[in-house]
Write a protein that binds this ligand. Structure first.
Ligand code: SAM
Ligand code: SF4
Length: 330
């Protein structure tokens, strides 16, 4: 079964933020202090998430990304991953992690059949990592990268590009794609940091990031992007991996968007830029049947904003974004 939204886009990809908690404090994602984590009962339980996945799989969701906060901070994540990997209709599970606690779980991730891991690394310089994430954890993250490669789990690096913070780190990060099959993805910074806009205008747009890469790698060439890809992908000749740029702020990929999100609070977002269109947790806890959930989900899928700009217009909370990416999941 494939469900198409009201703009003829198939929906088959669900991203679940399993916790809003994190062991890092990335500058672009969370304030350094004063974070009010959700009480545990405000999170979807594993049983609720499993039920939600089952209902959505019947509606054509076949790909899932587990994210957070830091997903490996949530207790008993591995049995949950195993369970959803066995759900009929679910063909691929991917994980986004900061890599601090991930390495010991890698053999089990491999055994479960996790398709790929996105590892967030914004710099390879330990001091700068400490400044950006406000924690001294780079060695553990790099160990995680080594273990992923050793276990032959496909790996992408996510790096948010930040004026005045990691511009000199972009080429060393791109170099990770030289000797290993690593896809390095540079992401435009979005204003989801729990504090509002960091800049009056975004300086490091995808165009400027590509120009910087081009100036360093004049022979870099464009690849044909996979359908529904959010990144513009490039090959540096003779490199084993690829580099790519994600226009997350300038929102140029909305026309083929196949993804929906469920936040750590159990709220459905059919666009990254909306402020939540359906409270799945509330419905479940009020006793909705699977059939009732199916009907309200279908209605939400068929009422999607055309793009991130329209979704922003439709927000009930107008003005500055005050959410943190840790509840949305990236
Ligand atoms: N903690 C995990 C991690 O960092 O990979 C998973 C959750 S994190 C919210 C998911 C992704 O969102 C990360 O790759 C992170 O770099 C990205 N992200 C967070 N805040 C962002 C922002 N304001 N703009 C762009 N990307 C952001
Ligand atoms: Fe934590 Fe990921 Fe947000 Fe960094 S980006 S603070 S690692 S949730």
């Amino acid at each position: 079964m494939v469900i198409y939204d009201n703009h003829a886009r198939p929906i088959n990809y669900l991203r679940i933020s399993v916790t809003d908690r994190c062991n890092l404090r990335c500058f672009y994602c969370m304030p350094e202090e004063g974070i009010n984590y959700l009480p545990k009962k405000e999170l979807l339980s594993y049983e609720e998430m499993e039920r939600m996945v089952k209902v959505m799989a019947k509606l054509g969701i076949s790909k899932i990304r587990i994210t957070g906060g830091e997903p490996f901070l949530r207790r008993d994540l591995m049995p949950f991953l195993r369970k959803i990997s066995q759900t009929e209709g679910i063909k691929e599970i991917h994980i986004t992690t900061n890599g601090v606690l991930t390495a010991p779980h890698i053999p089990e991730l491999k055994a479960i059949g996790i398709k790929s891991v996105n590892l967030s690394i914004d710099t390879l310089d330990r001091e700068n990592f400490k400044k950006i994430t406000r924690r001294d954890e780079l060695p553990k993250v790099l160990h995680c990268l080594d273990e992923l490669l050793k276990n032959e789990i496909a790996v992408k690096i996510n790096a948010v590009v930040m004026e005045g913070k990691n511009i000199d780190d972009l080429i060393p990060l791109a170099e990770l794609s030289k000797n290993a099959p690593i896809d390095v993805r540079f992401i435009e910074e979005m204003p989801f940091n729990g504090e509002g806009n960091h800049y009056p205008v975004l300086l490091w747009t995808h165009k400027k990031i590509v120009a910087l890469l081009m100036s360093h790698y004049p022979e870099m060439y464009k690849l044909i992007d996979a359908a529904n890809s959010t990144s513009y992908n490039y090959q540096i000749p003779n490199y084993k991996g690829t580099v790519g740029v994600i226009a997350a702020f300038t929102r140029s990929f909305c026309g083929t968007c196949n993804r929906i999100r469920v936040t750590a609070q159990g709220v459905l977002k059919t666009c990254l830029y909306d402020d939540g269109v359906l409270d799945i947790k509330k419905l479940m806890r009020q006793g909705a049947t699977d059939e009732e959930l199916t009907q309200v989900l279908l209605k939400a899928f068929r009422n999607r904003a055309k793009d991130g700009y329209e979704a922003e217009q439709m927000r009930t909370t107008q003005g500055t974004f005050m959410e943190s990416m840790s509840t949305i999941g990236g």
